[in-house]
Design a protein around this ligand. Structure first.
Ligand SMILES: O=C(O)C(=O)C[C@H](O)[C@@H](O)CO
Length: 255
């Protein structure tokens, strides 16, 4: 058995646009429904969602029938122990929140590497190695692990170029909500000043030889960011689709 291929990592390194969706419902059933919808990736959020490791394992199982849609897990924090547990559970792509410096980005990469290249703890037979059935797992696991880091603070913005240059960082995601809040535009992800800044950040990430990502539920903004060079683009969320879609249906039958 081979190390499972990370088609998302390979696609963004090849510059192929990857369209994704945010999943915060913490449900393996909703994840299974979304995995068959045609997205390239699903973000399984454990930062802003009551979503814990056992549930994420069930969500990974639910996605296995749809290999064209790749899971990306966002841990609640940039923490070696938490990342280790998700790695052992079989997570191969991470979105690490609130990365402010190149050192923090390097620490996130190191958390996914076995010694001597990092400090990932050794598990003899975890789901990641398919319980020992992937024979060269320890030597090759890093090839199929994708580390995406989030810039979403003023300090992160100041350190953008240094963060984008960190070896092992496969992508730089811009967190529009937290970044706009940090810059005095709380709730203003769509303010033109913020949109223009994000477009410039996307271009800077590309110039640094890295790959930019973003989340926006606004179709026009998503297309602007893709035009600016965004490579992995989340275009909505399960909670948003459910809330707005159910409201629209209810309104159809209200007097
Ligand atoms: O800062 C942001 O915006 C993000 O990182 C995305 C949000 O956390 C996500 O919950 C969508 O609102």
């Amino acid at each position: 058995m081979d190390v499972p291929a990370n088609t998302f990592k390979r696609a963004i390194h090849a510059g192929r646009q990857q369209i994704g969706l945010w999943s915060s419902l913490a449900s393996h059933l909703s994840v299974e429904i979304l995995a068959g919808s045609g997205f390239d990736w699903l973000l399984l959020d454990t930062e802003h969602s009551p979503n814990e490791l056992p549930q994420v394992v069930n969500q990974l199982h639910a996605m296995m029938e749809y290999p064209a849609t790749q899971p990306i897990v966002r841990p609640p924090v940039n923490d070696t122990v938490i990342i280790k547990r998700f790695l052992d559970a079989g997570v191969q792509s991470f979105l690490i929140p609130m990365v402010d410096t190149d050192d923090q980005a390097a620490a996130a990469v190191a958390a996914t590497r076995y010694p001597p290249h990092g400090m990932r703890g050794f598990a003899s037979a975890s789901r990641a190695s398919r319980f020992g059935r992937v024979k060269d797992y320890y030597a090759r696991a890093h090839e199929e692990i994708c580390v995406l880091v989030q810039i979403e603070s003023r300090l992160g913005l100041d350190n953008l170029d240094a963060i984008a240059a960190v070896p092992g960082v496969d992508g730089v995601f811009i967190g529009p909500g937290d970044l706009s809040a940090a810059l005095g535009h709380l709730g203003g992800q769509g303010d033109e000043a913020i949109v223009a800044l994000i477009e410039d950040m996307i271009r800077r990430i590309g110039k640094a030889g890295n790959r930019a990502g973003i989340l926006t539920g606004d179709e026009a903004l998503a297309r602007r960011y893709i035009a600016a060079g965004c490579v992995f683009t989340a275009v909505g969320s399960d909670t948003g689709i459910l809330a707005r879609g159910s409201e629209a249906l209810a309104r159809k039958f209200r007097a």
